[in-house]
Every structure is written in C-alpha cells, then in structure tokens.
Design a protein around this ligand. Structure first.
Ligand code: NAG
Ligand code: NAG
Ligand code: NAG
Ligand code: NAG
Ligand code: NAG
Ligand code: NAG
Length: 492
C-alpha cells in the first residue's frame, strides 16, 4: 500500500503541474477532459496541449479488449482499435512526445472472465503473452517503453480481497460480494500476473529488444519484418506437423536472374544486360541477396527461439550451385575456379556459416556489397540445421519422347550413385529430392519444358502418366535400408 500511496501522490503532482501550466490559457479552447491527457477521439488536441506544457512523455494504457475483442488472437483483431492507437502514437511522436505504454491497467477482457475466470486461471498466461506479442509487433517499432501491469498488487487486493474494484470478488467477511475467496484468490491472481509478466518480458527481450537495438545501430527509423512475420505465421499454423523448413529456395538464382540478367520476375536489369524497363545489374542483386540473408536469419532465429523446442523440426536453406574446376592447371585458373564458387555458392553459404560474405566478393564487389552489423553477423552465423543444394541440369525433353525419358533416368542414376560415393566417403547427406514429381510451370519457360517423372496431359484434364523415370524410381525405391533415418537434405 505504501507504493500505492506514493503513486497516488505522483499522480496528484502531475495534475497539479497541469493546472499550474494552464494558467493564462483559456479552457474554452480545449475540449472537456483534455487536461488529464486521456486518449480520446480528440487526442490531437490533447497532444498539442502536452507539447505546449513541455511534457516529453505520455503514459497511457492499451485496452486489451479494444484491440482483441475476444481477448485472444484467435478471436480476431479489431483493426479500428489498432488504428486508433497507431494514430495516437504517431501523433505523439510527431510532437516529440515519447509514448509510455501500460499493457494491463485492470481491464481484463470480459470474454476471458466469462470463459475461464480471467486471472484466476492459468489460461490467462498464454493469452496475455499473445496480447503482449501483438502489441509489441503492432506498436513496438515506435514504442520504446512498456509496462506489463499497472499496480498488480492493487488489482489483486482490491479486485479479489476486499472486492472494491472489478471484478469485485471477496469473502463474506470482507464485503458484500456475490462470489470470491479473500484468503486465496488474491494470491492466485498475483501468481498468474507474475507468470504473465515474466513471459511477456522474455518474449520482448528475445523477439523484439535485440532487433530494435540493431535497427537503432543501423539508424533505421521505421521497422518492417514482413518475411519473419510470414514465417512465424507458417510455423505457428503448420509447424505442429511440418518438421523440415527451407527459408528460401535458390536465393542466388532469384537474385541473379531477377535482378542481374532480368530473365525471371521481377525482370530487372541494366540496359547492358538485357531489355528491362528498370534495374541496376551492378548493385540490385547484392542488395536483394543481403535482404534475403537477413530475412533468413531472422526466421531461423525466431524458429529456434519460439518453436523448435516444442515442434522439434529443422530449418535450413537451399542454394543452387555448380562445382567449379580449373580449366587449366595454372594459378590464375585455380583462383578463377575458387572465385566462381565464392560468387555462386559462397555468396549465401559463407554468411550463414561464418557471418560474412567471402573475402573475394568483398574485394571485387567493393562498396556495392552491403555490410552486416556485428549483431546481424552473429545472427547469421550458423543459422541453419541443414543445407540444401539444387543442382541445375537441363534434362528437359521434347514432348514427343516424353514417356521414354531414358536421359532423365540416366541423370538420376548417375546422381544417386555419386551421392552414395559421397556418403560412403563420410559426408553427412540425408536426403534427395528429385525435380520434379509432375511436369510443372517452369518460370519464364512456362509449360514448354517437362521436368516431371510423371507426364501431365495439359490437353486432357491434366491426366497423369508415369514416365520411364517414375517406373525406374518405383523399382529403385522397392527395398528400403531400414537401419538409417534421413536427416540433412540433398535436393536437386
Ligand atoms: C449487498 O448486495 C445486495 C445485492 O446486490 C444488496 O441488495 C444489498 O443492499 C447489499 N448490502 C450492503 C450492506 O451493501
Ligand atoms: C525491348 O522491350 C520493348 C518494350 O517492351 C520491346 O518493344 C522491344 O521489342 C524489346 N526489344 C528486344 C530486343 O527484345
Ligand atoms: C563496409 O564497411 C567498410 C569498412 O568499414 C567500408 O569501407 C565500406 O565502405 C562499407 N560498405 C558499405 C556498402 O557501406
Ligand atoms: C534446355 O536445353 C535446350 C536444348 O539444349 C535449350 O534449347 C533450352 O533453352 C534449355 N532450357 C532451359 C530452361 O535452359
Ligand atoms: C544433365 O545430365 C545428363 C545426364 O546425366 C548429362 O548427360 C548432361 O550433360 C547434363 N546437362 C547439363 C547441362 O549439365
Ligand atoms: C544400410 O545402412 C547402414 C547404416 O548406414 C550401412 O552401414 C549399410 O551398408 C546399408 N546397407 C546396405 C545394403 O547398403
């Protein structure tokens, strides 16, 4: 209660300060209630007043049920509520006033009170965490101060011991409540508040605080992490059953063909490379690759922190490459082969292994190659549980010889026997994904190439026919060696 009284005193001081500073101004100029600085529909005017007074921070609470009407994420979001707080925060910042946000100021959602008794139930802990996560995500790019609970001791005592405030529960010896148990409930409620607080702080530190520090270091003034949010959504929705995740497929191909040669979407390149409407082949591939790497690292970090322990899956990336061998037995040729490998493969695999691009790329690409901050470099290092390889081979065939695809059989047989040699030589290879199961839509080649081991008749209701290669695989896969389990993935 001592603390409570001190806080009351603090509020009175603030009020007194407000009154003192409004001397000389006409209250008629302002809407009723502005002097308390409460967020209202006329918050712009309130903020003007705060600025005039010279306040540099405004403390307010978010109403849980105003943003999540059912108290839970699964119950849906009230976008108008979110928009209200967004505008309030923006207006504050526009006026150089720091928002200082309380997540819970005694207004637990009625839906959760009805469902499980609010803070009397352990269920509240996860719902509170989700609510906090939601607020950090929505507002945390601009809000730097968070209070998890306002006066939880008061809430527990007055709500559950003497029953003076909502939800007004107490024993009959304490007051005139309809239900409650003053001897136990305050302690139960306080316990769940503490657990909720701890979980929210942990989440904030892991998921938001570090990243925000990095953004600050870079000097960014706004924050988007759409790829991570998207990955988060997928992990949450499907991760209970999906145990292998590839963050990006052939990001090197995507960066080169999309932004250097302009062959594939979004088809950007310099005029010396091709006939694109816009682009810069000298810089854009490196910028795109850089953002892919950062997106990859953030998704891996999130997966490891939030999901891996419970979902027990693995996460990695698939990079396409050729192996380069020196054309001549000369130093120049040997170096050229190593350089080629750096640019094709090291571009992505070096950062996710060692935290930076290969030295040869730094030397040659120079200032066109973006830098990682130390924090980014640390997040990138080792950000994979497995590495996928795509081996590019144009084993497409004319349609007329579609079913007897002996070349494809030969291709897979050669690959699989090389793979076996590799495994026997001690390389940790744990899977082989052929491309592809069905004839597919191949980027800018459309349906003109048929990579499938199964033929699709586009002209006859997409009927499927097994090609020789499918029959070959069927035969090949008959007898399984049950002594081993697949793990790291080799994909072609
Ligand atoms: C106690 O609550 C009941 C029901 O709400 C009400 O009728 C009664 O007047 C209250 N008694 C006191 C002493 O407040
Ligand atoms: C280049 O693009 C323009 C505009 O799309 C088109 O008119 C022209 O034919 C193209 N030139 C070549 C060589 O492809
Ligand atoms: C990367 O850092 C180096 C060394 O600090 C600096 O010389 C270079 O200009 C930086 N590159 C970019 C693209 O900022
Ligand atoms: C595949 O090879 C054929 C024949 O060599 C060639 O015409 C075609 O452009 C190649 N397709 C792709 C997708 O590279
Ligand atoms: C693709 O694989 C086949 C069969 O292994 C081989 O004959 C052919 O040369 C390869 N093509 C390319 C472009 O590597
Ligand atoms: C089956 O797998 C085990 C363990 O990897 C290996 O030692 C053995 O040679 C395999 N069996 C055959 C028939 O290849």
């Amino acid at each position: 209660m001592e603390i409570h009284h001190n806080l009351m005193f603090f509020y009175l001081l603030v009020l007194a300060y407000f009154f003192a500073c409004t001397e000389g101004l006409s209250r008629r100029d302002y809407p009723a209630g502005f002097i308390f600085g409460a967020g209202s529909s006329a918050y712009q005017e309130d903020i003007a007043v705060m600025k005039e007074i010279g306040l540099d921070s405004f403390r307010f609470s978010i109403s849980w049920s105003r943003v999540l009407p059912k108290g839970k994420l699964s119950g849906g979001v009230n976008r108008e509520g979110v928009e209200f707080y967004n505008q309030l925060i923006n207006e504050l910042l526009y006026n150089d006033i720091q928002p200082f946000i309380t997540l819970f100021h005694w207004d637990s959602p009625q839906a959760l009170e009805d469902e499980y008794g609010g803070f009397l139930s352990t269920n509240i802990v996860n719902d509170y965490r989700d609510y906090a996560d939601f607020c950090f995500k929505e507002f945390g790019d601009r809000v730097k101060y968070w209070v998890t609970f306002n006066e939880p001791n008061t809430f527990s005592s007055e709500g559950y011991s003497n029953g003076d405030t909502a939800p007004g529960r107490c024993s009959s010896y304490e007051g005139n409540c309809t239900a409650g148990d003053s001897a136990t409930e305050p302690y139960v409620v306080a316990h769940h508040i503490l657990l909720s607080h701890a979980l929210a702080v942990k989440l904030y530190r892991q998921k938001y605080q570090e990243d925000i520090a990095v953004m600050k270091e870079i000097g960014l003034d706004s924050f988007r992490n759409d790829y991570r949010d998207y990955a988060d959504f997928c992990f949450k929705e499907f991760g209970d059953r999906v145990k292998y995740w590839v963050t990006f497929n052939e990001p090197n191909t995507f960066s080169s063909e999309g932004y250097s040669t302009g062959d594939t979407a979004p088809g950007r390149c310099s005029s010396y490379e091709g006939n694109c409407t816009a682009g810069d082949s000298a810089t854009e591939p490196y910028v795109v690759a850089h953002h892919i790497l950062l997106s990859h690292a953030s998704a891996v970090k999130l997966y490891r922190q939030k999901y891996q322990a419970s979902q027990m899956g693995e996460i990695g990336i698939t990079v396409s490459t050729y192996w380069m061998v020196p054309k001549y037995q000369t130093v120049a040729s040997t170096e050229a082969a190593a350089r080629g490998l750096d640019f094709a493969f090291g571009w992505f695999v070096n950062p996710i292994t060692y935290g930076d691009y290969p030295e040869s790329m730094r030397a040659i690409v120079g200032n066109r190659l973006p830098n990682f901050t130390e924090a980014q470099s640390n997040t990138l290092q080792g950000s994979l549980d497995f590495l996928g390889f795509s081996d590019v081979n144009n084993s497409s065939l004319p349609i007329q010889v579609f079913l007897s695809d002996s070349m494809r059989v030969k291709y897979h047989r050669l690959h699989l026997s090389s793979l076996l040699k590799t495994i026997r030589a001690g390389v940790d290879v744990r899977g082989y994904y052929l491309w592809s199961f069905l004839d597919d839509f191949e980027w800018n080649s459309g349906y003109t190439y048929r990579f499938g081991i199964n033929y699709v008749d586009y002209k006859d209701e997409l009927r499927r026919y097994m090609k020789n290669s499918a029959l070959w695989f069927k035969d090949f896969l008959q007898e399984e060696n049950v002594t081993t389990m697949p793990q790291t993935i080799y994909s072609q």
